[in-house]
Design a binder for this molecule. Structure first.
Ligand code: SAH
Length: 321
């Protein structure tokens, strides 16, 4: 049984957006802000440019990101939900670290499918100082993510992006034999076909009261190209592959994790993780307004190994200081 939670207490995006403050930090946002039917200030969430401006303003105001831009047609992520996943992962790391969240670049995180926005490296580094390695199969997304890192002094040297040249693989061809990651995280492509993506887009569009304006509508209100949105077999197959491959790097990662957007995919996800032989599996529910979401995390390390992992990492970091 899932327990619905609100935003994580450390999430900076509680309550309504403060548009006055956001416009102060990024005046360009002002052009998109207007009163909604309830008389509250808002933006048109079906307008990609407006969402992009809001995101840039949020990242600048809350995380000190001075440059953040993504190419036309690429997924423009809702920031508060992405931040929630990061904070819950931080709690997971704290568990076997005497309740203390490990911070700083000695904590290595792999973001599978980082996208053009590099949103998880951006949030994760500015919140906890972690080092990020992003992967993606899409060369345009890889270049865009690299450009964001280069454009922000705080991210240079503590975040990198690698192209996964084997689209059917997740860790193979990407993770070196001597590499270790405290965490892997992923927001997987969630539709099983471009038709499914288009149908869902149609539903969202109707929800935004735009049905009928076919000629003008974008694929989804948050954008997104084909490779970002769908994967043959959908997220269940993508995650099953990830779980299976996680076995091959089981001693190199402390916690593996992935978002699971469809609750109905959970049984298959659990089955794959069990078949891979994981020792511990967690499901963390998250809620963003009406939308329920969750991530599943698994590890092949027992409690003592997990504690030893933290001690070893901290000892190495102290030595390298
Ligand atoms: N992390 C971003 C983007 C998620 S969309 C966000 O949360 O907004 C999913 C991403 O996974 C896309 O960028 C897609 O190109 C990428 N992807 C698909 N298959 C992949 C694979 N095998 N390895 C790495 N990335 C992959």
């Amino acid at each position: 049984m899932s327990i619905l939670s609100l935003f994580h207490p450390r999430n900076r995006h509680q309550g309504r957006y403060d548009f006055i403050e956001l416009i102060e930090g990024m005046p360009e946002l002002g052009a998109f802000v207007r009163a909604n039917p309830h008389g509250d200030q808002s933006i048109d969430f079906a307008n990609r440019d407006a969402v992009q401006a809001l995101n840039a303003a949020l990242l600048k105001t809350w995380y000190g990101v001075v440059h953040w831009d993504i190419p036309e047609g690429y997924l423009c992520p809702p920031i508060p939900g992405r931040a929630d996943y990061v904070h819950h992962l931080a709690d997971l790391l704290a568990e076997r670290n005497a309740g203390v969240i490990p911070r700083g670049p000695a904590v290595r995180v792999l973001d599978i499918g980082t996208g053009a926005s590099a949103i998880y490296p951006v949030i994760g580094h500015y919140e906890y100082g972690w080092h990020f390695t992003g992967s993606d199969i899409d060369p345009v997304a890889v270049r865009s993510a690299q450009a964001i890192i280069q454009a922000n002094r705080g991210l240079r040297g503590v975040a990198e992006v690698r192209q996964q040249k084997l689209p059917a693989h997740i860790f193979n061809g990407l993770v070196g034999v001597n590499e270790r990651f405290d965490l892997t995280l992923c927001n997987p492509p969630f539709y099983s076909s471009s038709e499914e993506a288009a149908n869902s887009s149609e539903r969202k569009w109707r929800g935004l009261g735009r049905a009928g304006a076919r000629h003008k509508r974008p694929l989804l209100n948050f954008g997104g190209r084909d490779t970002e949105l769908w994967y043959e077999g959908g997220e269940a197959l993508f995650i099953s592959r990830m779980a299976k491959e996680s076995m091959t790097v089981q001693k190199q990662v402390l916690w593996f994790s992935t978002l699971v957007s469809k609750e109905s995919n959970l049984p298959e996800v659990y089955r794959s993780i069990k078949n891979a032989g994981a020792l511990d599996v967690r499901t963390v529910d998250m809620a963003q307004g009406q939308k329920k979401s969750r991530f599943v995390a698994w590890t092949f390390l027992n409690r003592a190994d997990q504690e030893a992992w933290h001690s070893r990492r901290d000892a190495n970091a102290a030595r390298n200081c």
